[in-house]
Design a protein around this ligand. Structure first.
Ligand code: NDP
Length: 459
């Protein structure tokens, strides 16, 4: 319903995955929509996140595939990788996508502002110097990568920088073993750099299923990544172009680049939230209720700025659901249960539902685990295992969690996630005929239970 006393029915701050979707869908429902973005349309995912990262992962995979091909009769060894060619091609693709995002908004009828926005009062924004009012405001400003406060921190880079390096580092130390750390360890090792991964846990990817974490550590080790578990970075110094990274085990590394992959914080500093009656929580995040409303009821927050489940598809789903709820006469919520996710490590991990430890805390669960060498690597000679795991509720036979480490895991898990969202049981998986020969068929031929876990067995 238009509210003429305001300039806009809806103003969205931030043109990333969440904001663009929200603005576009709301405008499609007939709302008068404005949207401000001060950096780049498409936000982190399109410009300095998921999309360019995936292109870099693909670049690394070509090198390994070329080496693998020798086992299949191909004779030419892979040539040296040309970093500037990759970065130029990647930049070209990102610019294209960037324009598409802007066009989508314009075609939907949203008014776009290439400017920063900050609150003047709960209904009024300063947008690049212009005073703009809106009946409802959505904050979708995302997050930014953080560094650790250690001496010499200024000698390290963050993920924003890694996409624009003028040259490939020959030696790199990556700090942190979350999504970004393990993904870029695969990229740089795959492109031929001496790659160190420094992390404070015994295994990478805290929060993921233990078998997948173990399998990934083994695979990274096999592919030449030098792992430094249970280790903290202490200090970075510089000697010419070389960075010297001192570690908590009293060793030090000489590298060309130190990369902090140590988490992200919500992007809320410049918004003047106090003028809107808002406060931030931990990590600068904006608290929201189940309807994505802040404590000022006509102001909403979606995507990474709320720091709940920081994944692009969650952000776009929230943007869409909010626009449908406010302007489309279709009120709905986005469930954060059973959200599938993938880590584009080498090999990738994909997962949906509970880990074994989470399932065990909840009740008795059957665990089915298969570990095998994929057909390709019987000929390629590459030492590489695929892991496939299902966790099943003992009482209901429902699949509680599915996990895979191995090539194509993210592509495979999307379909498995549909089945699990629909409430599939282990019997449903067992009745499904496999597609042969694939790795994915293992999900429907798992018959031998590996173990039963429950509250007594949980750590
Ligand atoms: P994560 O939170 O995933 O990982 C941060 C890493 O830094 C962890 O290893 C963490 O260790 C470590 N760390 C944090 N603080 C310290 C500290 N004080 N000392 C030592 N180590 C520390 O963050 P990322 O930066 O990897 O990624 C940010 C988010 O972006 C992800 O969580 C994810 O939501 C999203 N993302 C999603 C991707 C995808 O979907 N494929 C890809 C990339 C990012 P510990 O585990 O011990 O806390």
């Amino acid at each position: 319903m238009p509210e003429p006393e305001f300039d806009f029915d809806l103003f969205v701050i931030g043109g990333g995955s969440a904001g663009v979707r929200c603005a576009r869908i709301a405008a499609g429902h007939g709302a008068r929509v404005g949207i401000a973005e001060s950096r780049f349309w498409g936000g982190t995912c399109v410009n300095i996140g998921c999309v360019p990262k995936k292109l870099m992962v693909m670049a690394a995979e070509y090198g390994a595939a070329a080496r693998d091909s020798q086992g299949f009769g191909w004779s030419s060894p892979p040539a040296m990788h040309d970093w500037p060619v990759l970065i130029t091609a990647k930049n070209h693709e990102i610019t294209r996508l960037n324009h598409i995002y802007q066009q989508l908004l314009e075609q939907a009828g949203a008014k776009i502002f290439a400017a920063e926005a900050r609150f003047i009062d709960p209904h009024t924004l300063d947008v690049g110097g212009a005073r703009i009012t809106a009946a409802r405001i959505v904050i979708a400003t995302g997050g930014y990568p953080t560094r650790l406060e250690i001496p010499g921190v200024e000698h390290g880079i963050i993920s924003d920088d890694v996409f624009y390096l003028p040259a490939m580092p020959r030696r790199i130390a990556i700090i942190g073993s979350g999504y970004i750390g393990v993904e870029f360890a695969g990229v740089f090792a795959g492109l031929g750099a001496q790659t160190h991964l420094i992390y404070r846990q015994p295994l990478p990817l805290r929060g993921f299923d233990q078998d997948m974490r173990l399998g990934l550590a083994e695979a990274m080790n096999e592919s030449g990544v030098i792992l430094h578990p249970d280790t903290l970075p202490m200090n970075i110094s510089r000697d010419g172009e070389t960075r010297i990274l001192a570690l908590s085990d009293y060793s030090s590394l000489e590298v060309d680049l130190v990369f902090f992959a140590t988490g992200r914080a919500a992007n809320t500093q410049g918004l003047n939230l106090a003028a809107a009656g808002l406060e931030t929580g931990e990590n600068g995040a904006i608290p929201v209720d189940e309807h994505l409303a802040t404590r000022t009821p006509h102001i909403f927050a979606i995507g990474d700025v709320t720091d709940r489940l920081n994944l692009t598809p969650v952000a776009t789903a929230e943007g869409h659901a909010l626009a449908d709820t406010l302007f489309g006469d279709n009120p709905r919520r986005v469930s954060l249960e059973r959200v599938p996710t993938a880590v584009f490590s080498s090999p990738p991990i994909a997962t949906v539902g509970l880990t074994e430890a989470q399932a065990a805390r909840r009740g008795a669960a059957n665990v089915f685990l298969s570990r095998f060498t994929p057909l390709r690597h019987n000929l390629s000679g590459r030492v590489r295992k695929t892991l496939i795991k299902l966790i099943v509720d003992v009482d209901t036979d429902k699949i509680l969690g599915a996990h895979m480490l191995g090539e194509d895991a993210p592509e495979i898990m999307q379909g498995i996630a549909i089945a699990i969202t629909a409430g599939a049981t282990k019997a449903d998986f067992d009745h499904t005929i496999g597609i042969h020969p694939t790795a994915a068929e293992e999900f429907v031929i798992l018959r031998t239970q590996t173990r039963v876990v429950g509250p007594q067995s949980s750590p």
